[in-house]
Design a protein around this ligand. Structure first.
Ligand code: HDE
Length: 729
């Protein structure tokens, strides 16, 4: 019996079929007695059982033994890749039926809200590594549909490093910490990674993405997602088309600066996890639209690249992305381990209406996921873990194994059977039974790669050409940083050769940073995918040019820039601050959906000039500019006098400027700005009352200032100030 009849669960979040199905598995100790795992109440959880107060502990202490034994076994193997992740529950709602192309119910019925569980992750780092590592982000979505689970296990980049699953262990061994000294953690900037990459020209396109700012997102909520492989959709008539899946974030695609990312890693290694958690807790639910790029079967060979090659994307200019529904993440997990850690995604979890293609990377994944989960989750019954269960019933003749939860009734666990009415019965296609797409295959069994996979550079160049100038600079800097950390000169040189096949200027700029001559493009990049008995001439990587010069969707410069929702703004203030302008600007920011924090020399309450008390959220010790998107300095003579001599405040501003963030100050607070390094570098063309160029707004009319500031924050960053106005912060 419960100690008191307290609530079992706070029931704080939206209900759906999956949430309800999780309820019976949740436990809440509010108002309960402490018990052993077997339900016996414990009356002393402080002391072990001893032979006298100063005597040895007795083996019969079953309470101590149980507690320690459980503790000893609390860890499970972390994922070999994507170990560090953050999860959330939500729903998917379809805008318009897609019955013409797929019979998948959740893509047909606009009335149904399909529950989802999403896990975002970095790839290379361990479970405890930093969120802001330069890395690809995993974007895995489990749809609990009425036809069973569909997992869309994608990334935040639309292509991949390699073309064939055979090379995946090599790729991962190369990027993981080096085996002799287990360094570096969660970083690709080391010899083994670039050694491998420089020998694998097929990675060229993905390397451009990984060296771009996509690898250092501002928020998990501000990333695109991609299914990467070409899948198939099948309609009721059995007709198929090819499809690429996309997730488009409604807040736009935004990133941080590399120097900022490195700082965040120290100041708050949980930055992305916290950001996702806080947004959902505060009701600012992250949203993405699901997009489809549909290619009729007849168009399979229409493109300059092979649809089955996972190092290629389909430019949106060639096949537009149709936005067909919206995913909203609206509930944080109750328990990280039970949900985010134990969730098991699988690219092979598909439902009728969706099917695979012959992408050789995807085909290899079909084996890997269950295999790794068998060991990670301890046996063949991990589908019974609550987070992994579908919302529809499961019936088959699979039985037993470690940790079996289901108590299957009846005598039969085989089919056909006569004594159990031959149940469970297989479903015909008309009854919703899954049937594989009847692809015609007439082929020789070979261990080879299609020649249509040997253009490795056209889309790497297309990606680079599609970037804005600041984005190009960031790629150049990222490559210079990463290769600068590589100790073996021959690897750097080999990479310069690869880069010169992508863009000569890029190669020249990186070469200059490395103090090396620009290498000549290698005649024949080393490529181990050439079969031993193949004629090298047959496999020359094609140096072709994409017929598209650039593709707008590939640049983050073209993303949504009309909202400041969920952006974090710091207000720097001290005793004597002008409460009226502080309150007015703060109110305007909050009304526009931003999260505002007051940062002061110390915690507690500051006393404003008008005598009012304003609670402080962070001190200069606990806060850092890299944890905010913008900063505002209100007026007030005393406050200004403190801040202009407070090194932490000046550093805060210099650093915010360095990372190209919007900055606002009341006219009289200009003195604080004048104490910064960048004030000398500010364009002096603006009088008061106006926004200065490049995202620095100063004015005495607080309402007008707030408006200018909001417009500037919505721009996200003023990258154009980065190079000409460098700040030593
Ligand atoms: Fe994965 N991948 N992968 N992968 N992958 C895993 O499965 C693998 C690939 C992706 O949040 C593992 O349960 C192989 C591409 C995500 O739990 C493992 C190959 C894409 C996640 C595995 C690939 C992904 C994983 C590790 C090449 C983007 C995290 C733990 C053939 C489309 C899911 C686990 C989560 C996880 C194997 C390539 C995405 C080892 C063999 C391409 C988002 O099975």
């Amino acid at each position: 019996m419960a100690k008191k009849n307290g609530p079992v669960k706070p029931g704080n979040q939206p209900e759906n079929e999956k949430t309800r199905s999780l309820q019976p598995h949740t436990a809440d100790a509010t108002g309960e007695w402490m018990t052993t795992d077997h339900g016996v109440r414990i009356n002393d959880d402080q002391n072990s059982l001893k032979a006298g107060e100063r005597g040895a502990t007795l083996l019969e202490d079953f309470i101590l033994r149980e507690k320690i034994t459980h503790f000893d076994h609390e860890r499970i193997p972390e994922r070999i890749v994507h170990a560090r992740g953050s999860g959330a529950h939500g729903v998917f709602k379809l805008y318009k039926s897609q019955a013409a192309v797929t019979k998948a119910h959740f893509l047909n019925d606009t009335e149904t809200e399909t529950p989802v569980f999403v896990r975002f992750s970095t790839v290379a780092g361990s479970r405890g590594s930093t969120d802001l590592a330069r890395d690809v982000r995993g974007f895995a979505v489990k749809f609990y549909t009425q036809q069973g689970n569909f997992d869309l296990v994608g990334n935040n980049m639309p292509v991949f490093f390699i073309q064939d699953a055979m090379k995946f262990p090599d790729l991962v061994h190369a990027v993981k910490p080096e085996p002799d000294n287990e360094m570096p953690q969660a970083a690709s900037a080391h010899d083994t990674f670039w050694d491998f990459i420089s020998l694998m020209p097929e990675s060229a396109h993905m390397i451009m993405w990984a060296m771009s700012d996509r690898a250092i997102p501002r928020s998990l909520r501000m990333m695109e997602g991609f299914g990467v492989h070409t899948f198939r959709l099948i309609n009721e008539k059995g007709e198929a088309c090819f499809v690429k899946f996309h997730w488009k974030p409604l807040l736009g695609v935004h990133s941080v600066a590399w120097d900022e990312a490195q700082n965040i890693s120290g100041k708050d290694p949980d930055f992305h996890r916290r950001d996702l958690w806080d947004a959902i807790e505060s009701g600012a639910f992250p949203e993405w639209e699901l997009g489809l790029q549909i290619v009729p079967e007849a168009d399979e060979f229409k493109f300059e690249f092979d649809l089955l090659d996972p190092t290629k994307l389909i430019p949106e200019e060639l096949v537009p992305v149709q936005r067909i529904g919206k995913m909203t993440l609206n509930r944080n997990p109750d328990n990280f381990f039970a949900e985010t850690e134990q969730v098991a995604f699988h690219v092979g979890h598909i439902v009728p209406g969706i099917d695979f293609s012959n992408d050789p990377l995807m085909q290899g994944r079909l084996f890997s996921y269950t295999d790794t989960q068998l060991i990670r989750l301890g046996g063949p019954n991990f589908h019974e873990i609550p987070i992994n269960r579908p919302v529809v019933p499961v019936h088959n003749n699979q039985r037993d194994g470690f940790m079996r939860q289901t108590i299957n009734k009846g005598k039969t666990s085989y089919g056909p059977n006569s004594i159990g009415h031959n149940d469970p019965e297989q479903a015909k296609s008309a009854d919703g039974g899954f049937t594989s797409y009847q692809e015609r295959i007439d082929a020789k069994k070979v261990r080879a790669r299609s020649k249509s996979f040997f253009d490795h550079f056209s889309q790497a160049t297309l990606f680079f050409n599609s970037q804005s100038e600041p984005e190009k600079n960031h790629i150049t800097d990222a490559l210079s940083f990463e290769l600068g950390k590589v100790k073996t000169i021959a690897i750097r040189e080999r990479m310069l050769g690869i880069l010169s096949l992508i863009d000569l200027k890029l190669a020249a700029n990186v070469a200059s940073a490395l103090g090396l001559p620009v290498s000549k493009a290698p005649q024949q990049p080393i490529n181990h995918s050439i079969p031993a008995d193949g004629k090298i001439a047959d496999y020359q990587p094609l140096i072709v040019k994409s017929s598209l010069k650039s593709s707008a969707a590939l640049s983050m410069a073209n993303t949504v820039k009309d909202t400041i929702k969920t952006r974090k703004i710091a207000i720097l203030a001290a005793d004597g601050v002008a409460a009226d302008s502080l309150n007015l600007v703060k109110k305007a920011l909050v009304a526009a959906g931003a999260v505002v924090e007051l940062v002061a020399p110390k915690l507690g309450v500051i006393k404003a000039a008008d005598g009012s008390g304003i609670p402080v959220d962070q001190s200069f010790l606990t806060a850092a500019s890299v944890l905010y998107d913008a900063v505002y300095v209100p007026g007030g003579a005393k406050s200004i006098a403190v801040l202009e001599t407070e090194a932490n405040a000046i550093h805060f501003l210099n650093e915010a400027f360095k990372h190209c963030k919007a900055i606002a100050a009341d006219q009289d607070a200009i003195k604080v700005l004048e104490a910064t390094y960048f004030s000398k570098k500010l364009p002096k063309d603006a009088a008061d009352e106006t926004i200065r160029r490049e995202g620095v707004a100063i004015g005495s009319d607080a309402a007008k200032l707030a408006k200018q500031f909001i417009m500037a924050i919505a721009q996200h960053r003023f990258w154009e100030r980065e190079k000409p106005r460098k700040v030593p912060a």
